[in-house]
Write a protein that binds this ligand. Structure first.
Ligand code: NAD
Length: 418
């Protein structure tokens, strides 16, 4: 996997989407190139006085439909290629969800668990000072992603507002409620994944009741999704995070595990319950379950393990958890994959609602947010489903086709001058 380049994967799917729709290269060439990319050096004085310099990235993949929009990831593996692919996927995802946004993504190469709280704050504020010239409420609006959270979003708002001399809550989404966050944002990605699964099951004429589900990743996307699916009657038989995986054939007590993770820095380390056994992380992916819900990182199911996967359906909460080979393999095998750009769009949809509320200075009830989210996810699902049926293609390709049509329409109207 050393040479795995997720941006190349994105391009191949985009080209295939264009071919299938008969869209000439000239009409979408713009989308094959990230619009703007910035790499920054962020010096941080550590608690013991020595200075470390971290590398940060921001990729604005597209602004064809509006401000670039996408999360920030703090991870030791963050690099230009990863951020570029994640930014491009946001362009596709935002177009599918009918949001007035382009796509972007950012990151810092760091293991935040090795930093003290004060060091993490200095790093975040330093990053904001470096990318401030290219972000903005109408330009580029970051949000949380892996290892970033509402606290980090708060430091971003504070630093950006200090730099511009103007209170600017809409510069990021995923904020705490106290400074302009939206009700329902924290749960939105997991809830959206559940809505996508329910829409799919409805088409099959089946129910979520007693479906067995294995969940890789128990952070924001994994834990909330697992909890909501459990509340709908599914049996979550395995959960796992970077510290290890747990299996219980009778169903994990997800309410208890969720509480535990939330009060232990979103970690399952040390969690115990009767009847549960510990299994190696790679084994969780190979369990004989109805649904494999992937909610950790990209490239988890690939040429090395795809043939051993026994799940009957794959739900992508994470971005890019399957390599392209794995995607095609499952298509050939008739194992449906509910793709990231559709299934995990709930987070950015409610981020959009947060941004709208910030601009209006008028805040909605949680019920209102969840109702709007449900409608949006349903509409996106139906459009992708219709495309899939019409062209007899696999769901990810159908999702790209829906997005590409919308993007090309906008490009044609706007012109190609960048
Ligand atoms: P998070 O940091 O809250 O959680 C990530 C989880 O994955 C943690 O439980 C971590 O321990 C686990 N993990 C990491 N490496 C692992 C490994 N090798 N094996 C097993 N578990 C591992 O991050 P998140 O916000 O939940 O994001 C998860 C995925 O969902 C990412 O791909 C992200 O891009 C995507 N996503 C997030 C959002 C959002 O709103 N947060 C929206 C759309 C997509």
């Amino acid at each position: 996997m050393a040479n795995y380049n997720p941006y190349e994967n994105m391009l191949q799917t985009l080209d295939l989407a264009a071919d299938t729709l008969g869209i000439p290269r000239n009409d979408y060439e713009v989308l094959r190139h990230p619009e703007r990319e910035m790499n920054v050096a962020i010096p941080v004085q550590m608690d013991d006085g020595h200075v470390e310099v971290f590398t940060g990235y921001r990729c604005q993949h597209s602004s064809v439909l509006g401000a670039s929009k996408g999360g920030l990831r703090f991870h030791p593996d963050a690099d230009e290629n990863e951020v570029r692919a994640l930014g491009a996927w946001m362009t596709i995802k935002n177009a599918i969800a009918h949001l007035p946004y382009g796509g972007g993504k950012g990151g810092i190469k760091v293991d935040p668990k090795k930093l003290s709280e004060r060091e993490l704050e200095r790093l975040t504020r330093g990053f904001v000072r470096k990318i401030a010239p290219i972000i903005g409420v109408e330009r580029d609006v970051p949000a949380p992603d892996v290892n970033t959270n509402p606290q980090i979003m708060s430091w971003i708002v504070d630093e950006y507002s200090a730099l511009t001399g103007q209170w600017t809550p809409g510069i990021v989404t995923g904020k705490p409620l106290a400074i302009g966050g939206s009700l329902g944002r924290n749960e939105a990605t997991g809830r959206g994944c559940m809505f996508t699964l329910l829409s799919y099951l409805e088409k099959q004429g089946t129910s979520i009741k007693d479906l067995t589900i294995a969940v890789q990743g128990f952070g924001n996307v994994g834990s909330v999704g697992a909890l909501l699916m459990h509340r709908e009657g599914a049996k979550i038989v395995a959960i796992g995070d970077v510290h290890g995986s747990l299996y219980n054939a009778n169903g994990i007590d997800v309410e208890k595990a969720y509480e535990y993770a939330n009060s232990h820095g979103r970690s399952l380390e040390g969690y115990e319950e009767p009847g549960m056994t510990r299994i190696p992380n790679p084994d969780l992916l190979l369990l004989d379950v109805d649904v494999l819900y992937l909610a950790a990182l990209e490239n988890q199911v690939n040429e090395a393990n795809m043939k051993e996967v026994k799940a009957k359906l794959i739900l992508e909460g994470a971005n890019g958890p399957l390599t392209k080979d794995a995607d095609l393999y499952f298509f050939e095998k008739g194992i449906p994959v509910l793709p990231d750009v559709l299934a995990n769009g709930g987070g950015v949809v409610v981020s959009y609602y947060e941004w709208v509320q910030n601009k209006a200075g008028f805040y909605w009830s949680e019920e209102e947010v969840n109702e709007k989210l449900a409608k949006n996810m349903k509409k996106s699902f139906e459009e992708v489903w219709a495309m899939q049926e019409e062209f007899k293609v696999y769901p990810r390709l159908a999702a790209y086709m829906v997005a590409l049509r919308r993007l090309v329409e906008a490009l044609k109207i706007k012109g190609y001058n960048g």
